[in-house]
Design a protein around this ligand. Sequence first.
Ligand SMILES: [Zn+2]
Length: 389
Amino acid sequence: MRTTTRLLKKNARQRMMRSPSGIVGISRVLSVTAMAWCLVVVSATAIAVTTPTGAQMGQPGTGSNGPDEETRAWIQASLDTWDIICRQYLHIEVEPLPWMIFYDERQAWHLAGEENLLPPHEQVGTSFLFDGRPRALLRVPHDNTDLWLPTGALPIGPGKAPRVFARPYDNGTKSFFVLALPSVFRSLGGGQQNLDALFVGFAAHELAHTRQLVDVMTRIKKLRERHDVPIGIDDNFIQKTYGGNQQYARLFDEERARFLRAALKDSDPATSRRLLLQGLSIADRRRGRYFTGARAVHAELEDIFLVTEGVGEWVRFQIKRRQASPTSPWRQTLNEMMAESDAWSQQQGLVLFLLIDRFVPNWQARFLSPNFPSPFAVLHEGLTTPTRK
Ligand SMILES: [Zn+2]
């Protein structure tokens, strides 16, 4: 936990000192990484199970080939960030630790993985502390073209965007997490140190997904039995389907603006409620008009992706607030995040979960469970109970 605090404080200082040209650089890098950093892809290929042969199984090594100091700090900081997210924000058990895969140009480092699935690997003499217990680290060397994952090889190397994502495996019953190490993403940003803070935030978002993907897979599979749900559907499905429909987009823009204004009115609960009700009313109208007949299933699909992206972005928002200087207003963090993504599910999801956090006590347990509810329904319900803040 101390490592994270140190890391976050360091990045906050650097951000305050950075030049305007640095901000331009960030945007450029973000546009490169945006597609790579979050896409909950629910497809047949994403759930393929890799069966290792005996010959692929590695023998424990001597432990002489451990990570350098920066890599160790980064891995420990990721564990500490996840600990904070579980305990302070999502109010969930910290165990089990998800299978975490960190990679650079020479190797991948695995924590809490299934060793019997791994290609040739070695144990190193370094362990990390999580929930008060040491966790062993395994090293899987690679040639900087393909990264071994439980779902198959991922192309990496020169010209490839640094990756951070969560993905289901073993027929959608488990999930793993992948995060590029600083040497990989800093090479894209021309050595800008503030990329560290950005990637800590992305990691937070994706780590939250490791607790959602199994439920999401179950829901999607069940829906697919009765409805037309495309293979390879992802969290931008609604935007891809309706983004070109000007009337739909206008209605959605109006609704999103109303929710955003409701979120920004934190010191005026009555106005916040009024704007929220207006947003919900427009949402009901939009969904009632377009999600009908064979497309009625789009209502549940929208709910699912608003919940996954909303919780992920809400967690990233909390981590960004920890990184921000004490004088930086929370509205600035929200504006930054709205500008960093053009995905409807992420923008709308973040704003909805800021409102849910304001109006619905103890919402976390409900949204991090199988058959999690619709965020719209929960907000309707929340407006009938007294405000918490
Ligand atoms: Zn996401």
